[in-house]
Design a protein around this ligand. Structure first.
Ligand SMILES: NC(=O)c1ccc[n+]([C@@H]2O[C@H](COP(=O)([O-])OP(=O)(O)OC[C@H]3O[C@@H](n4cnc5c(N)ncnc54)[C@H](OP(=O)(O)O)[C@@H]3O)[C@@H](O)[C@H]2O)c1
Length: 242
């Protein structure tokens, strides 16, 4: 059987990097997308047999389309798309700028739309495929100072349920993983008081690891999840009553 191909966005570091490593370990050929951290992406790829790296700023529709095209040309197929790349601009609503909201939506939500749309064309021809979108506990609970980020992540959940219905008859599944607070650059940037406040809300009393999120991505990409579509798996140490 031809080796399956997974494209993971934002795989130069953090959760995306762990997903690329875990999927490669399961036998996938991985397409490692990065935006700015080329050397980090090269280092991730160097350790994974058959992996290739691809650059794109996913806040732009044309670059999303081009990314999927390049991956298809390089590998000949696309079986799994992990829409992981994301960013946040943290700001109280009173001071938040419309331009910042546009940026957060472009990178988190519209890239998920643009990449899913482009990938669905390839997957429909293959009559199979799997799309995994990175949501967040913040998309469910909200969080002070994160209204823009929360809106983008909440929308990703609704979007995913809808495309799961659109694509089911073509053998394509779409699901979300909603991490809680995971130890990556994104959470390292938070002030110490904010990190302490987060820990107070986590019943398991620690941050999660990128590998713990990647384990769910691997499961959703596997045949073991063949009857799961339109769902969200929460990986948050018990923060949110699922
Ligand atoms: N960490 C958490 O606690 C947590 C919790 C819930 C959900 N999540 C979600 O999980 C995903 C990964 O989070 P993380 O903590 O691993 O993030 P991270 O360490 O900050 O890494 C973000 C990744 O996204 C890429 N990226 C950012 N802006 C981009 C753009 N405009 N175009 C293309 N790529 C872009 C970065 O690429 P370069 O480095 O190459 O620029 C990087 O690879 C995100 O969607 C995040 O919202 C994280």
């Amino acid at each position: 059987m031809e080796q399956k191909v997974a494209l993971i966005t934002g795989a130069s570091r953090g959760i995306g990097k762990a997903c690329a490593q875990a999927l490669a370990q399961q036998g996938f050929k991985v397409a490692i997308h990065y935006r700015s951290q080329e050397q980090q992406a090269r280092d991730v790829a160097a350790a994974l047999p058959g992996a290739k790296i691809f650059q794109a700023d996913l806040g732009h529709e044309d670059q999303c389309k081009e990314l999927v095209k390049q991956v298809k040309e390089a590998f000949g197929r696309l079986d799994v798309l992990v829409n992981n790349a994301g960013m946040s601009v943290d700001q109280l609503i009173t001071f938040a700028k419309p331009s910042e909201f546009d940026q957060v939506l472009d990178v988190n939500l519209k890239s998920t739309f643009n990449l899913s749309k482009a990938a669905s064309r390839v997957m429909i021809k293959q009559k199979s495929g799997c799309i995994i979108n990175m949501s967040s506990v913040v998309g469910y609970m909200g969080n002070a100072g994160q209204s823009m980020y929360a809106a983008s992540k909440g929308a990703i959940t609704a979007f995913t349920k809808s495309i799961a219905a659109d694509l089911a008859s073509f053998g394509i599944r779409a699901n979300c993983v909603a991490p809680g607070f995971i130890k990556t650059d994104m959470t390292d940037e938070l002030p110490a008081e904010a990190q302490a406040a987060i820990l107070n809300k986590v019943p398991l009393n620690r941050l999660g690891t990128p590998e713990e999120v990647a384990a769910c991505v691997v499961f959703l990409a596997s045949d073991g999840a063949s009857y799961i579509t339109g769902s969200t798996i929460h990986v948050n140490g018990g923060m949110y009553p699922n």
